[in-house]
Design a protein around this ligand. Structure first.
Ligand code: FES
Length: 259
């Protein structure tokens, strides 16, 4: 069930260059049931900035009613958010969207989780859920440079973890696809979240496999009302049918929408 609630900040810290980890407490955590869902954050109480900001959920702790988000400080809204302190409140709408299907893979099988930049966070909750189900997880995480890397150790505690940086300052120089090829990584199901060119490369490269993609799309309302986030469906040559990333996704099976 979607709720709108003022959640209390438990902690906020910068964990990489311009990357913030924010832990919030609120009743709506009890409705967070799928990894890969997101929340919509209203940063100020007035009209500036007007729109909410969609941020993915990186960790869910239902016992303590807490959840953690990781976001990049890059515009006015997220700069205001990064200045908020423990004890203050944040207006949260959520949980929103449909997450990654953990039941798409069986115990004993191998999942490959591939994240790029700020697409990495939702894979953390996903990885924990898969490990709980007896799935072997392999992570491939791509960043611009060493300064942007986060959660490498946290992922490594759950399974094999490879890092690629575009400038080669940490891990493999290049892209996540280079890491998968260089290491001959084999898997039963691929789950991925990150920039569109990365998703496209993975969708094309592994079309013979089961692939689930989470789209990072520009959003308005977040609840299916404004059409700011539409994508055409893969099986309609006329281009007239579409899906909304916010309410039909953000996770889609490869081929379901045109990316
Ligand atoms: Fe408004 Fe998706 S963001 S319909």
């Amino acid at each position: 069930m979607i709720k709108n609630e003022l959640c209390t900040i438990i902690s906020q810290k910068e964990i990489a260059e311009n990357i913030y980890e924010l832990t919030l407490q609120g009743e709506l955590v009890q409705s967070m049931n799928e990894p890969g869902q997101f929340v919509h954050i209203k940063v100020s109480n007035g009209f500036d900035p007007l729109l909410r900001r969609p941020i993915s959920i990186a960790n869910i702790d239902q016992f303590n009613n807490q959840f953690t988000m990781i976001y990049r400080k890059e515009g006015h809204g997220t700069t205001l958010l990064s200045e908020k302190l423990a004890g203050q409140t944040v207006d949260v709408l959520g949980p929103l969207g449909n997450g990654f299907p953990v039941e798409a893979i069986k115990s004993g099988e191998t999942a490959l989780l591939v994240g790029g930049g700020i697409g990495v966070p939702p894979l953390y909750e996903l990885s924990q859920r898969l490990v709980e189900r007896g799935v072997k997880v392999i992570h491939v995480l791509g960043f611009q440079s060493k300064a942007a890397v986060f959660y490498e150790e946290a992922f490594a505690r759950l399974g094999d973890t490879f890092v690629a940086t575009v400038d080669g300052t940490h891990g493999t120089k290049g892209f996540v696809t280079n890491v998968i090829e260089n290491n001959n990584l084999d898997f039963d199901v691929l789950y991925t979240c990150g920039p569109t060119p990365m998703l496209r490369a993975l969708e094309q490269g592994y079309s013979h496999k089961k692939v689930y993609l989470s789209l990072e799309e520009r959003m308005g309302c977040g609840i299916g009302a404004c059409f700011a986030c539409v994508c055409h469906t893969g099986d309609d040559p006329t281009g007239y049918t579409y899906k909304k990333v916010c309410s039909d996704g953000p996770v889609f099976k490869a081929g379901e929408v045109v990316i």
